[in-house]
Ligand binder design. Structure first.
Ligand SMILES: Cc1cc2nc3c(=O)[nH]c(=O)nc-3n(C[C@H](O)[C@H](O)[C@H](O)COP(=O)(O)OP(=O)(O)OC[C@H]3O[C@@H](n4cnc5c(N)ncnc54)[C@H](O)[C@@H]3O)c2cc1C
Length: 402
């Protein structure tokens, strides 16, 4: 049965979808979030690092103080090389500004708890979207047989976005790398202090970042491609045993960390991205339909910025929609098609170069990690230095007030 929906329809209750609903709510704009899962997807991916630009966005969303209670600040990044069988410190760099590693569960649960009850509708998997030939309004068809005629749609449905396909965005690409992630608890405390430690050995990178005094988040990035074995990789014990195999020549502390990891937290992900040069020219909105978050600009995790970029999207979009006077009809304003289109156009204009730069820096960093030839690595390093003099400039971005 068709339902006419007068407010904003957001597809996907990930970080960006929830943050967008919250930002709109704070500006008096009513939204509903349609999520395919039966409950909040708050376990996948274990944890997420939030750099200063992400904290600025969380502050605008009114949840930064709650989340600060859940994770310790990270002050340093230490890089250790294990090549040649020797442990050698390459660098110890201070991390300016506020950076913390949050359990994904804490971030997702906090955003969700800040929303009015009933904002998220679970078990609503979008199957397709088309435009009504008479009204030109977007018609959303769901796998459960329901459909909605929406006034405006924001696709926050991640890297395999149906809304992005509707907008004719090019398919996302895959880095020749996968990442295994997990959480390990140290009941008597760990020894990593307030540091992000990276161990590099051949083509295996292990990163360790504390969440609190007892819990650490770790990842292991390697050029393995699970290919047809993907199903087997849903088994945490397969992930654990294979990770141990990847790090067999790493120090004992890394073996123990993987052996003691919480099985529920273990996951393997192929790393995907939208090519930065495509972000320069892509059309991210059509009529009253648009994309945000990973659906718009999925990028590798090499700068730990994908999630924060989605938080920034939420703040910028809600601010512009309110400036355009698109507050809910209850407050006396009308959501006209022209007003929505103008808001989406302004959003894309404001966000485009930010996400192009972030994605390009992330892409070059990923290629340095994954390139097999030495010459290619050197070319990517030169490009990175030439184009991004200030390698940590990406954390200075301020998405502005909500
Ligand atoms: C290995 C790895 C490490 C990372 N580390 C960091 C980090 O440290 N810091 C950082 O900022 N970022 C990091 N990222 C990036 C970050 O995880 C993403 O940018 C972020 O999760 C994207 O959020 P999103 O809401 O846009 O998309 P998603 O998290 O993908 O959420 C999409 C939501 O839409 C739902 N959905 C999908 N299709 C449909 C449909 N058809 N109908 C209804 N619902 C649907 C999904 O179930 C999901 O809930 C990392 C990514 C990876 C892969």
């Amino acid at each position: 049965m068709d339902n006419n929906h007068d407010g904003v329809v957001i597809i996907g209750a990930g970080i960006c979808g929830l943050a967008t609903a919250l930002a709109l709510h704070k500006k008096g704009i009513k939204a509903v979030v349609m999520e395919k899962s039966e409950s909040l997807r708050n376990v996948t991916g274990a944890a997420i690092t939030i750099r200063p630009n992400g904290w600025r966005a969380l502050h605008q969303l009114g949840v930064a103080d709650i989340l600060r209670q859940t994770a310790i600040p990270i002050h340093w990044e230490r890089i250790i090389s294990l090549d040649g069988g020797r442990k050698k410190e390459i660098s110890l760099t201070p991390w300016d500004g506020e950076s913390r590693c949050l359990r994904r569960k804490d971030l997702i649960d906090t955003l969700y708890a800040a929303l009015p009850r009933g904002t998220v509708k679970f078990d609503c998997q979008l199957e397709s979207i088309k435009l009504d030939p008479r009204s030109n309004k977007p018609v959303l068809l769901f796998v459960n047989g329901n459909s909605i005629i929406a006034k405006l749609v924001i696709g926050c449905d991640g890297g395999k976005s149906i809304i992005a396909d509707f907008l004719n965005l090019k398919p996302t690409k895959t880095f020749p790398l996968c990442s295994i992630r997990g959480l390990t608890n140290y009941p008597s405390g760990h020894s990593y202090g307030h540091e992000f430690t990276r161990f590099m050995k051949d083509n295996v990178l292990v990163g360790i970042i504390p969440i609190d005094e007892n819990l650490i988040y770790w990842f292991c990035a390697t050029s393995y491609n699970p290919g047809a074995d993907k199903k087997a990789w849903e088994d945490p014990e397969v992930i654990r045993q294979s990770s141990l195999e990847f790090v067999r020549e790493h120090p004992q502390e890394i073996h123990e960390m993987i052996e003691n990891a919480d099985a529920k937290s273990l996951s393997l992900t192929n790393l995907r991205y939208r090519a930065p040069w495509e972000l320069l020219t892509s059309t991210f909105c059509k009529g009253t339909v648009m994309v945000a978050g990973d659906a718009m600009h999925i990028m590798g995790p090499f700068l730990a910025q994908g999630g924060s970029a989605g938080l920034e999207d939420a703040v910028v979009l809600a601010r512009i929609m309110a400036q355009q006077g698109l507050n809910s009809p209850e407050s006396g304003n009308k959501m006209t098609v022209q007003g929505v289109q103008e808001a989406f156009y302004r959003f894309v204009k404001e966000r485009r170069m930010r996400v192009v730069r972030l994605s390009f820096q992330t892409y070059l960093t990923g290629m340095i990690v994954s390139a097999s030839s030495r010459i290619k690595k050197i070319i990517y390093i030169i490009l990175l230095i030439l184009l991004f003099h200030n390698q940590s400039g990406h954390i200075d971005y301020d998405c502005g007030d909500l």
